[in-house]
Design a protein around this ligand. Structure first.
Ligand SMILES: *Cc1c(COP(=O)(O)O)cnc(C)c1O
Length: 497
C-alpha cells in the first residue's frame, strides 16, 4: 500500500518510509491511498483474538511492508501485561445502558498516548532498518503534556534513537511535569518552552522543514523524526482500539454485527478521533463521531459553521490541558480523505491557515463531513460538575479530558434523544490531573507534588496507578527553559546525549 502527502500526491512513500520520516518533505502528512475493508469473517476472527492479536491484525492491513510475525511480536512487546498493569489493555466499562467508557490509560504513563507510543518505537526502528537508514533517528516532540512522557517512556534507551521533548512551561500539570523531568534513559532530553502548545508545535514543525538544520544534523549522522500524531506510525495503532471496542460489544452480546454505535472523543490535535474515522471507513458501523472540545472550541465552530476553521481567537488555558490546542494538525488528513484525495485543495487550505489563520472548506467537500460528525464543547466549570456527578451518582472517577467528552455526549443525547450505544474514549488517569479532580470533588488542594496522589486516593479510595506512585522520591534531571525562538539552538543538545 502506498502513502502520499496530503499536499502533493506525487510525493509517495511506503509505510516504513512514512514512519521513518514522520512528515512529508513538503510539510504535508502521509495518508494511505486506500482503506482496507473488514468483512463479516474478519470481525468474527477479530472477536476471537485478544487486544494484541487485534492490534497486529489491523496494523497489518495498513503496514503492508511489515510481516505478520513482526507485527505480532511488536504487539506482544508493546501491550505486554506488565506494561498495562496486567489488566485488559483497553477495557470497555459500562456506565449504564448504551453508555460505555473505553479506558485507554492503563499503560506505563497513564494516558492514551501509550496505546500508540509503546508501539511506535518498534515500528520506527524496523522502518529505519527496512529503508536502509544508517543515521540515528532524532525524535523531536512538541507536547501538551501527555505525549512527551509517553514518547520518553517508549523511546528511552531504544537503540539507534534519541529523543528531545518540548513542553509549554506553564501548560502542563504538576504530575505531568514531574513525569517528564524525572525520565530516565541515556538518549533523552527535556526542554520547557516559554509559550503555549501551539507555539511549541509550530517551532518543532519549522525545524522539520529547516534545510540548514537538517543538513547539519545529517553531517553529524542524525536524521529527524516525529512521534507526534503527524506520524502515521502514531495514528495507525490507534485505529485498533476502536475496532477492538466494537468486538468487545459484540462479545458481550450488547450489540449484533452491523448494529450502529456512536463514538465520542475528547479532542485536541484530532488524532484520536481521526483513528475512529479510519475504523469507520474500514467498516466498523460508527454512525456518529462526536468531537468534544474544551473552551478552545475551534473544532466545534468548524463543524457547526459548515466548515470554517478560524484559529484567530483567544487561547484558553484550561483544566484539560492536553486539549488546549488551536491548530488541530490531523484535520488535514480528514480534509484530504473527504475531498477525494484532493491535494490541491488541501495545500491551498493549509496555506491559508498559515497566512491568515483561517480557511473555509468548499461546500461540496464539507458535505462529506457534516453528516458524520457532531461537535460540542464545555467550559471548566461544567467539566468539574461532570466529574463530581459521575463520581457521586455512578461511583466512576474520571479525569478532566474524559469529563469533557462525557458532558458533550450527555448534551448531545439530551438534545437529540438518540440512545444509540456510544463508546466514550477515556484518555487519561484522573491521577494525572489531581489538583483539578480534587477541587471538582469539593476538596481543598492542600499539597503539591506527589502528595496530591495520596490526597486524591484518600478522598476517593481509587488506587494510585503504580507508575505515578513511583514518582515520589525520584530526582528531577532536566530544568532547561528557553524562548520559542531559541528552539533551533537546543538542537546542539542532541550531540550531548
Ligand atoms: C492528547 C490528549 C487528548 C487529545 O487527543 P488528540 O489525538 O490530540 O485529539 C485528549 N486527552 C488527553 C488526556 C490527551 O493526552
Amino acid at each position: 500500500m502506498d502513502y502520499v502527502s496530503t499536499r502533493n500526491k506525487k510525493v509517495t512513500a511506503s509505510a516504513s518510509q512514512a514512519i521513518a520520516t514522520g512528515i512529508a518533505p513538503d510539510g504535508g502528512l502521509y495518508c494511505p491511498t486506500e482503506i482496507p475493508q473488514l468483512t463479516e469473517g474478519d470481525f468474527a476472527a477479530l472477536c476471537a483474538k485478544d487486544y494484541r492479536g487485534r492490534s497486529a491484525d489491523i496494523l497489518g492491513r495498513f503496514l503492508t511492508d511489515f510481516t505478520t510475525e513482526e507485527l505480532e511480536q511488536y504487539a506482544s512487546l508493546a501491550y505486554a501485561d506488565e506494561k498495562f498493569g496486567g489488566s485488559n489493555t483497553a477495557p470497555l466499562v459500562k456506565l449504564e445502558d448504551g453508555k460505555y467508557i473505553l479506558e485507554l490509560w492503563h499503560g506505563p504513563t497513564c494516558a492514551f498516548k501509550d496505546m500508540a507510543l509503546q508501539m511506535l518505537p518498534h515500528l520506527l526502528t524496523a522502518s529505519l532498518r527496512k529503508t536502509g537508514e544508517q543515521r540515528t533517528a532524532c525524535i523531536l516532540v512538541a507536547t501538551s503534556g501527555d505525549t512527551g512522557k509517553a514518547a520518553l517512556d517508549g523511546f528511552a534507551d531504544v537503540e539507534g534513537t534519541k529523543i528531545m521533548v518540548y513542553y509549554p512551561v506553564d501548560g502542563v500539570s504538576t504530575i505531568q511535569k514531574l513525569q517528564m523531568v524525572t525520565q530516565r534513559g541515556k538518549n533523552v532530553q527535556v526542554c520547557a518552552i516559554r509559550g503555549n502548545f501551539d507555539d511549541a508545535q509550530s517551532a518543532v514543525k519549522k525545524i522539520f522543514t529547516d534545510q540548514a538544520s537538517i543538513e547539519k544534523l545529517s553531517e553529524q549522522g542524525m536524521m529527524l523524526s516525529s512521534a507526534n500524531s503527524i506520524n502515521w506510525g502514531r495514528l495507525a495503532p490507534q485505529i485498533a482500539y476502536y475496532v477492538s471496542a466494537y468486538c468487545d460489544l459484540l462479545n458481550r452480546g450488547d450489540i449484533q454485527l452491523g448494529d450502529p454505535i456512536h463514538v465520542c472523543v475528547p479532542t485536541g490535535n484530532f488524532g484520536n478521533i481521526l483513528a475512529a474515522y479510519f475504523a469507520r471507513q474500514m467498516g466498523v458501523p460508527v454512525a456518529k463521531l462526536i468531537c468534544a472540545s474544551n473552551e478552545n472550541n475551534v473544532l466545534t465552530d468548524f463543524f457547526n459553521s459548515g466548515g470554517t476553521y478560524d484559529r484567530v481567537r483567544p487561547f484558553h488555558t484550561t483544566i484539560s490541558p492536553s486539549m488546549d490546542i488551536l491548530i488541530s494538525s490531523n484535520l488535514e488528513r480528514l480534509l484530504f480523505l473527504v475531498s477525494g484525495y484532493n491535494d490541491t485543495i488541501v495545500a491551498d487550505l493549509m496555506q491559508q491557515l498559515t497566512e491568515k489563520g483561517s480557511y473555509t472548506v468548499p461546500t461540496d467537500v464539507f458535505a462529506n463531513i457534516g453528516s458524520q460528525f457532531e461537535a460540542g464543547y464545555c467550559d471548566d466549570a461544567q467539566t468539574k460538575e461532570m466529574i463530581a456527578a459521575l463520581f457521586q451518582e455512578k461511583g466512576y472517577l474520571c479525569d478532566t479530558h474524559t469529563a469533557v467528552a462525557v458532558k458533550v455526549y450527555e448534551d448531545y443525547r439530551a438534545h437529540t434523544g438518540d440512545t444509540t450505544p456510544t463508546v466514550i474514549a477515556s484518555t487519561a488517569s484522573p491521577f494525572k490531573f489531581c489538583q483539578s479532580v480534587i477541587s471538582a470533588l469539593g476538596g481543598e488542594v492542600t499539597s503539591d507534588g506527589t502528595e496530591l496522589l495520596d490526597q486524591l486516593h484518600d478522598m476517593t479510595h481509587a488506587p494510585v496507578p503504580k507508575p505515578l506512585a513511583a514518582l515520589s522520591g525520584m530526582k528531577p534531571r532536566f530544568d532547561l527553559v528557553v524562548d520559542r525562538d531559541e528552539i533551533l539552538d537546543t538542537l546542539t543538545l542532541l550531540n550531548t546525549i
